[in-house]
Design a binder for this molecule. Structure first.
Ligand SMILES: [Fe+2]
Length: 433
């Protein structure tokens, strides 16, 4: 038994600090019932932790810190990358100009996820204004786009040379120009990750440009910037943040640092997501969701993910739906199928199942909660937050085999605590329609 079942915060946490490479457990364990489980080692593994160069968190901190940081970084011309509401960034431009720093804007627009063309257009804008610093003020899409522009600004080749899957996947040659991330939604945690995801409508896939050098120079997480997020976006992005804490905690390769962050993020999301959805002006709830998002980003960047994100990548490319909404639609079924698979998996699956018990205890606040109670809690909140099923984004039964084929190859799916069969993956999609 790896973990204490007692909860209320992080009881038993120190005893749960286990990690592993993601070998199938059958390489060590006996008996067919333990076949599907991926192994978790019993000692603390070697691990490393990548994050933004500096993280600043707090209400009202963005406008106080960002212009000053730009000056300290020696910026002379800044490209400000924004989403659908560029006016929100105007005070930042005014403050930068008051410090003698030139500014120009690039808007990724409000329609759909950013594409390869979006990033290329942003790079052209950065060149046109000779930007030596990039600042993103917006949701995950704006942050991802700005992060990629900062990286590409110093490379000898264009985006496709460095893109995984749809491009050549070359390593970056030069360090990016400095990049400051200022998220205005609480969801992706992209302000502390080292990759940018883009949709390739031609190839119907989503893919990343990725490098340790791409972690932002500075991440400023200011909960006040999330106050105006509409309820449906709060729901989808909030459940993405919650999933990005849950999946790294139960994945096959957690580490002691991601465990702490993931459980604390889960605890805050559990107590505040409903409040943020019902009353968008509840600053305390927004603050908790920003912590959950930040900690989810830190966790996923340093552990692994699981089935929800394993499907969300391919489905994002196939359906072009918002990432958070797709994750939210699949979370209840993915959790239910995982728990069933672990319960049927015998002793080798017990450590992973124990982690789902701990998740349930954190979500419900009940020390006696089991993994099944956690599944019920997730189902209930998705119903309350009116999360649409995958059909709303164009998913059909005919596309299930294609999604399974693509998801099976994704790195996120390989982090799932149990290797799911095609039937189990199909069940997740069917139940999520
Ligand atoms: Fe996500």
């Amino acid at each position: 038994m790896l973990a204490s079942r007692a909860v209320g915060g992080h009881p038993g946490l120190l005893s749960t600090l286990r990690s592993a490479t993601c070998r199938p457990a059958h390489s060590r364990a006996r008996g067919p019932r333990s076949l599907p489980c991926r192994s978790m080692s019993v000692s603390v593994p070697a691990f490393e932790f990548v994050s933004a160069g500096r993280i600043v968190f707090g209400r009202g901190e963005a406008l106080r810190r960002v212009p000053k940081a730009a000056k300290e970084l020696g910026a002379t011309s800044v490209l400000i990358v924004v989403g659908s509401s560029p006016t929100r960034a105007q005070p930042f431009a005014d403050a930068l100009q008051a410090l003698g720093i030139a500014t120009c804007f690039f808007s990724i627009g409000g329609a759909g996820e950013p594409t390869l063309d979006t990033a290329e257009a942003g790079l052209a804008a950065a060149k046109a204004c000779n930007a030596d610093l990039v600042i993103s003020i917006g949701g995950g899409s704006a942050v991802d786009t700005g992060k990629a522009i900062a990286a590409l600004r110093t490379q000898p080749e264009g985006l496709l040379a460095y893109m995984e899957v749809v491009g050549q996947g070359k390593p970056l040659v030069n360090r990016p120009v400095p990049f400051i991330a200022v998220p205005t939604t609480a969801g992706t945690g992209a302000e502390v990750t080292k990759n940018s995801v883009f949709d390739s409508p031609q190839a119907n896939v989503k893919a990343s440009i990725r490098s340790d050098w791409m972690v932002p120079t500075l991440a400023v997480v200011d909960p006040e910037l999330t106050l105006g997020v509409p309820a449906d976006v709060t729901a989808a992005t909030g459940l993405d943040a919650l999933t990005q804490c849950l999946e790294p905690y139960v994945c096959c390769a957690p580490n002691p640092m991601t465990d702490c962050l993931a459980l604390e993020g889960l605890r805050r999301a559990a107590r505040s997501l409903r409040r943020a959805y019902v009353d968008g002006g509840d600053v305390g709830a927004r603050e908790d969701m920003c912590v959950a998002s930040l900690f989810g980003g830190l966790s996923l960047a340093n552990a692994k993910l699981g089935a929800v994100h394993g499907f969300a990548g391919p489905l994002g490319g196939m359906l072009h739906g918002p990432h958070g909404a797709l994750c939210a639609a699949m979370l209840p079924a993915a959790m239910a199928v995982n728990v069933e698979a672990l319960q049927a998996g015998g002793p080798a699956c017990e450590p992973a199942l124990q982690r789902f018990h701990t998740v349930a205890q954190v979500l419900t606040g009940r020390a006696d909660a089991t993994a099944q109670d956690g599944v019920a809690w997730i189902r209930d909140i998705c119903a309350e937050l009116r999360i649409p099923g995958l059909k709303a984004y164009g998913m059909t039964a005919e596309r299930v085999p294609e999604a399974i084929l693509k998801a099976g190859k994704s790195s996120s799916m390989k982090g799932n605590p149990v290797a799911l069969s095609e039937q189990q993956m199909a069940r997740i999609l069917t139940l999520s329609m």
